[in-house]
Design a protein around this ligand. Structure first.
Ligand code: MSP
Length: 499
């Protein structure tokens, strides 16, 4: 069964920034690992195009809302293509078949009695498209995320009987301890479910036309978050799967939208008697001088394409995962991103490959074949690498890609030390041919495995190295494939330029 990875669908109210790119890059890394390890994987992304937030942005730019969302949605599609991310489905909430899907869902919930007409009074943040209790606001007035004043609304609305699903949600969380990664986030959600009141949820807005109308009641529009969350299912359908595929679906999302994914989304699915997703991977924020990168604070906005030009695509991906634990927040400091790229990708990786492969080509005619007997130093470095490679696989399986990058870089550091100490370039200064060829043999083989396991994170650099080595079977992923294999190199090139 195919694994599915989703990004959140991005608000089409402005141009993409680095925080958005981060969600997309993470999802792409997990998707690529899944392709590598399981061969079947599907990546879903898209844009969230309805609601007040969007109409306000369109009218601010004096553009018809339809044209506005077309342009902004295209900006996201272009971003993914510029970042060499190739989604299988790009869903837009303005797609007709998505709207039809949401209408069907609404009718089912309504027929079941899970949606009823009532009244709601609350404080609404347009930035979050969400009602808040006063206790969740700063000074009872300001949204903690957007720092803007919320609006007080009291209006007729349809409500979803969220309270009905509290027990089932708790049961689900008890029997699925690793549903949310990291587990401290799951603990937080469970605590909230146990301790805080779970009020019924307002799921429609009155007199706001930009959205999907409530079937049978044109005065109301379906709440944007229902519209948005069900894009996961309409996209799964668009990819040709049935809702059962949710069991194999991993949602990647930022911590700001946790409640929607950890409480509302599972509750809707329980109400519809559909399977729940496999995992939620909840990441922290990139900040600039302590402030979350956000369209609402223009000084913080960092354009991903500018960064990509400066750091290269692989450099950007690598630095974003190496410079902060996925589950925590981190401050963006361009110089330290450059430093880590040059230290790890250029010095530790690309330079080692170039030096080793040049020796193989020039001193060993490009071939190292039939090596069966390795000396103790060689055996030791291979064994140490194998232990770490196992942990790399475990890192991917537990979505801890910081550990993955740290381990791969540690193996490279050890390999550089080994290469340096054995100095195979001194071939004409008294070293035996066995010493030289076994050194280059070990380095080439370990480096190949590293390139394969790095490929979800730095696809272009890995591909370039693997093309040179001409063999991309992985000993860590393929049963029966030995790590040490004959080496054949036809030409040598530089794989990565300093940033
Ligand atoms: N439209 C909703 C999601 C609906 S999903 C059914 C939304 N869109 S968003 O455009 O505001 O955010 C999309 C993603 O970008 C979220 O995962 C969010 O956490 C992420 N980021 C936005 N700013 C970010 C940072 N500064 N840092 C890291 N990621 C952040 O929410």
């Amino acid at each position: 069964m195919t694994n599915i990875f989703t990004t959140p669908i991005f608000y089409a109210n402005g141009e993409p920034h680095l925080g958005h790119a981060y969600s997309g890059i993470l999802a792409d890394i997990f998707h690529r690992y899944s392709l590598l390890a399981n061969s079947e994987s599907c990546l879903i992304t898209g844009t969230d195009e309805h609601g007040l937030k969007i109409t306000q942005a369109a009218s601010k730019s004096c553009t018809e809302v339809e044209d506005f969302v077309d342009r902004k949605s295209a900006s996201f599609a272009e971003l993914w293509s510029a970042l060499k991310i190739d989604p299988d489905v790009f869903i837009r909430t303005t797609d007709r078949f998505h709207a039809q899907f949401v209408e069907k869902v609404w009718k089912k919930l309504r027929d079941k009695g899970d949606i009823y007409l009532g009244n709601y009074q609350g404080q609404y943040c347009i930035g979050c498209e969400q009602f808040y209790n006063k206790r969740d606001l700063v000074d009872e007035k300001y949204c903690a995320i957007h720092k803007t004043e919320v609006q007080s609304f009291e209006e007729e609305t349809y409500l979803f009987r969220l309270s009905r699903y509290r027990e089932q949600l708790l049961e689900f969380y008890t029997s699925n301890q690793d549903f949310i990664i990291p587990t401290f986030t799951q603990d937080y959600v469970v605590k909230q479910l146990k301790e805080e009141p779970l009020e019924d949820l307002s799921v429609s807005r009155i007199n706001h036309k930009w959205g999907i109308s409530v079937p049978g009641d044109e005065n109301h529009t379906i709440y944007v978050w229902i519209d948005a969350l069900f894009s996961y299912l309409s996209a799964i359908q668009k990819a040709g799967y049935n809702p059962d595929q949710l069991k194999k679906t991993t949602h990647i999302l930022g911590k700001d939208i946790l409640k929607f994914h950890a409480i509302y989304w599972p509750a809707f699915l329980l109400a519809l008697e559909l399977p729940l997703p496999k995992h939620l991977i909840v990441h922290g924020w990139w900040k600039v001088e302590g402030h979350k990168i956000s369209k609402s604070i223009p000084e913080t906005v960092v354009h991903p394409k500018a960064f990509q030009t400066e750091l290269s695509n692989d450099g950007l991906r690598y630095a974003l995962i190496k410079q902060k634990p996925l589950f925590r927040d981190g401050d963006l400091v361009q110089d330290s991103l450059k430093h880590v790229i040059n230290a790890d990708l250029v010095n530790n990786f690309a330079n080692l490959v170039k030096r080793n492969n040049t020796l193989i080509l020039k001193q060993l005619s490009g071939e190292i074949v039939g090596i069966t007997d390795l000396d103790i130093e060689c055996r030791q470095i291979v064994t140490e690498a194998e232990v770490k490679l196992d942990k790399v696989i475990n890192g991917y399986q537990t979505f801890d890609i910081l550990i993955v990058s740290q381990l791969l870089n540690q193996i490279l550091t050890e390999l550089n030390r080994f290469f340096h100490e054995r100095s195979p370039w001194l071939i004409n200064k008294g070293l035996t041919r066995e010493h030289v060829s076994s050194t280059c043999f070990v380095v080439a083989n370990v480096v190949r495995e590293i390139a394969i396991l790095y490929s979800p994170i730095i696809p272009s650099l890995s591909e370039s190295i693997l093309n040179e080595l001409g063999d991309n079977r992985s000993a860590s992923l393929e049963r029966g494939c030995p790590l040490l294999r004959d080496i054949s190199i036809k030409k040598v090139q530089s794989h990565f330029t300093r940033v």
